[in-house]
Design a protein around this ligand. Sequence first.
Ligand SMILES: [Zn+2]
Length: 400
Amino acid sequence: MKQTAVEILEYINSLRVISSHNHHLSDELYRGLDLNGILQNSYANWADTPPDINDAAAVDEFLNRTRCNSFVRWICDAFEQLYGVPFTGKTALLLNETIKTAYAKNENQHLDILQKNCRFDKIINDRQPVPGYDLGHPELFAPSFRCDGFFSGYLKDKPEPNGFFPYSLFEENSVHSLPGYLEQMRLAIKAKKQSGCVALKVAIAYERPLNFENTDIDKAAKAFNNREATEKEILDFGDVVMFHIAEAAADFSLPLQIHTGMGQCRGTNPMQLLTLIERNPNTTFHLLHGGFPWLSDTFALLMQFKNVYTDTCWIPYLSTTAATQYIIEALEVAGAHRLTWGDDAWMAEDSYGALLAMEHALSNALVRMIEDGAIDLPYALYIAKRMMHDNAKELFDICD
Ligand SMILES: [Zn+2]
């Protein structure tokens, strides 16, 4: 079985990848990067405040505290594989110099990591606060149009949390009624499709629960242009917005990516989406993160609805062990064609770390399924290619 495990991992390491979810930034934001800049902006910073890299003891103390955290584990591996220097108290300054030199010598360092090291052929990218932007590299980035701004638009001068004003997307800037607003929203989505967006994205789980229930326009209209709107009226407005986004997604053949699980952690488990999914059988729902840590919610939705896909993005980086188990159970309930993976990062080193985490979790999952007699080696390789490339290619209608 050891030989089989090696064979599977080697095969996965050879695959070209389509990353189905990512937040890569504009080129200028990667200029002059160093170790501290990467750590401050990476998921490692979510594990704990990064140490002063000039203080060897502080670096070692940080690593003792966090090296078992999945974010830290994989970015450390990424540093060592990308730059040939491990991240330890003793080597932090050398690693810093190596990174600085790489970015100073090559202004495409961040893109080279994505294309050469990560082997990404295409990246479905959600770039805020410029929704739908391909970063000037349309050959690599296929944008997913982030629709969160539409939830803030009950007041014309209210931006979404990243500072984006939904009205800036509208053909008609003076909208006086909710039906008019919803029509402008629809036209904006249509225009984004025409300009090259391959999906819609909603990450409103950072702001509100996912139980979209209200479809009554009159109830929703109570929040429209109303500075005194109650919390409930704003939620009713958001519900109607979400139903219209789901409808537009079906009409314009755009998969609807929804962040599930972590976020505000209150009412963000995937089962909250049941009504929305039930009432939109023609919409393709691409549920992100498996709803971690409420992973079993996603299994129920996968079983019940063939128009639900699961994106395993972020799970291997949140908990590599949970991801191994998740992949097995998701394959068992959904089959091989409704799972995708995205790196869900904005620093290229995190993208590579997330890929390493996924490769590890996926090969472990496939080995366990072979040991269990569920699949044989050729089918394991087939599943791996479907998950890392082919399913996303079909889902987002990506040409070679
Ligand atoms: Zn994301």
